[in-house]
Design a binder for this molecule. Structure first.
Ligand code: G3I
Length: 381
């Protein structure tokens, strides 16, 4: 059966336009024309009851070619950095909403749904620097202080951006390998009760928003991170913490060309579904650091096949509702930014090719892999 039987009139029109779209989509054009997929990734996603989107940096909203691509491909956007506490409140009590406001207006003007990333990121390097002063003098009042800080910040952000339909309320609280909580000035006094404080405040301020715990456990062979996240979520749900969904970041660099455990991944996703949670793929990318060949075609083909395999498994779970990439193109990827750690770059020094479009904004096989995986996903409501 054609998986696209449920096309709406709008999508059918999109499909008719594929011949024209093919010009912009470079290498994928002929395949798209053959399979008569609708125009953009979000349009394809919608035929299966899914959504597709991307992260965007506030400083890149003036790139007209990138914006055109976002308009073509995405129904959802998320700010790469602009909503993070460290950016919003660089000095205690002094706020900078410039980037976040720009992203929110962009979403509004371009009719995109907006995700909020993130409210609380409990690692000392990701919290505002001024919190380090408090860490130094931490005493018995620290728990009350942490509760007050989290409540104020969560309420402030949600009230300022009432149109955000989905928030990463807590990001990366669990350490990989051990599965224990990240030690930080916010987690040390509160432990996993940090989730209670943040999620309850979020629900109180935005009763209708989707509240998400976001982390980067994936389908690698190590069990520590997955188990830690399961324990954290199970405990929180038992305590009545209002969590609606798990955000699975899906930075696949650490697993490409490394052993994976698909069965364990399926079991993990089953357990998440059994907890009654929705699943979002929030930050998909696939650095080709571990592909030894220097040949671009080989690297792109291997990356695309790997992404397709990962999406096929993860999208076979019907509570997976969204796929967002962490940047559409290699030109703007954080993986090719000056600050990206040397240890995570390619040993041959070549730029990484982890996103669906290249530096010239030409579609790569990864874009087609995402399109095919979305089109093949079982339909969901
Ligand atoms: O703003 C300064 C700029 O003034 C300076 O010139 C430049 C030089 O290094 O640094 C700029 O700040 C950088 C910022 O990104 C904006 O580009 C920071 O050093 C850098 O640490 C920061 O990295 C971000 C990282 O999260 C930490 O917040 C990346 O862009 C962003 O892609 C990355 O995103 C994370 C998600 O939030 C959570 N999941 C993992 C994902 C990838 O690491």
């Amino acid at each position: 059966m054609n998986p696209l039987n449920g096309l709406t009139r709008r999508n059918t029109l999109g499909a008719a336009l594929v011949g024209i779209a093919g010009l912009a989509l470079g290498k994928t054009a002929s395949v798209l024309a053959d399979t008569v997929l609708p125009l953009g990734l979000d349009a394809i996603a919608q035929t299966r009851g899914l959504r597709f989107g991307t992260a965007i940096a506030a400083g890149k909203l003036n790139q007209r070619d990138l914006v055109a691509l976002i308009d073509q491909e995405c129904g959802v956007i998320v700010a790469e950095n602009a909503f993070k506490w460290k950016q919003i409140e660089p000095q205690k009590g002094s706020f900078d909403f410039k980037g976040a406001d720009a992203i929110a207006s962009f979403a509004d003007n371009h009719k995109k749904l907006l995700r909020g990333h993130n409210l609380v990121w409990p690692g000392n390097e990701f919290q505002p620097d001024w919190m380090k002063g408090k860490a130094a003098q931490s005493g018995k009042d620290t728990a009350a202080w942490a509760v007050k800080m989290i409540r104020q910040h969560v309420a402030l952000m949600i009230s300022r951006f009432p149109d955000i339909m989905s928030w990463d309320v807590v990001n990366e609280a669990v350490k990989p390998y051990t599965g224990k909580l990240n030690a930080s000035i916010l987690t040390q006094p509160l432990g996993d009760r940090l989730l209670d404080v943040a999620f309850k405040m979020a629900r109180q301020t935005a009763p209708k928003a989707q509240l998400v715990y976001n982390d980067y456990m994936s389908w690698g062979i190590g069990v520590g991170h997955r188990d830690g996240v399961l324990r954290l979520l199970e405990g929180a749900i038992k305590r009545g913490v209002p969590i609606d969904a798990l955000g699975i970041q899906s930075h696949l660099w650490a697993t490409l060309d490394r052993p994976i455990d698909e069965l364990a991944w399926r079991k993990f996703l089953e357990e998440i579904e059994a907890m009654g949670l929705d699943i979002l793929i929030t930050e998909l990318d696939c650095s080709d650091r571990n592909v030894i060949s220097k040949n671009v075609a080989v690297r792109d083909a291997e990356t695309a096949a790997f992404v397709k395999g990962y999406l096929d498994v993860t999208l076979s779970f019907k509570r997976t509702k969204e796929v967002l990439v962490w940047g559409l193109c290699d030109r703007d990827s954080y993986m090719n930014a000056a600050f990206f750690a040397e240890s995570r770059r390619r040993p041959d020094g070549l730029p990484l090719r982890g996103q669906p479009y290249d530096t010239e904004l030409q579609a790569k096989p990864m874009r087609q892999a995402i399109a095919n995986a979305l089109a093949a996903a079982p339909a969901r409501s």
